[in-house]
Design a protein around this ligand. Structure first.
Ligand SMILES: [Zn+2]
Length: 119
């Protein structure tokens, strides 16, 4: 008689309790995840963020060394926030006239206001 009871308990565990426990675990994990997402502080946002997209990798660069060129390299004017590709066939200027990128020459009136980034 006791053996039947043990078998009954085992079957009860496997058929009923284990799936219920798994289901409860899944639901609880989901709830915790949803709650943690909801309580996550909103990302800091200010107008300047639009000029710093996360894809950009800014380089520690100084105009004293050189003005490198590569297909993924861009120069950005910190005054008007316009970016120009470092490799170009046409000479272009940024909006405020500080940064100049041409096929033969790259320069800036104020190179301290120019940043180099990779994208
Ligand atoms: Zn500019």
């Amino acid at each position: 008689m006791a053996a039947y009871f043990v078998i009954f308990l085992l079957v009860f565990f496997v058929v009923f309790l284990v799936p219920v426990a798994l289901l409860l675990g899944t639901v609880l994990t989901g709830l915790i995840a949803i709650c943690s997402i909801r309580h996550e502080p909103p990302p800091p946002h200010n107008p300047s963020d639009i000029y710093f997209p996360p894809k950009r990798k800014y380089k520690t660069w100084s105009a004293r060394h050189s003005w490198p060129r590569a297909s993924g390299l861009f120069y950005k004017c910190d005054i008007c926030h316009k970016s120009l590709p470092s490799e170009t066939t046409v000479a272009r200027e940024c909006g405020c006239g500080n940064l100049f990128v041409g096929p033969e020459h790259i320069g800036a009136q104020n190179s301290m206001e120019v940043q180099l980034y990779e994208e």
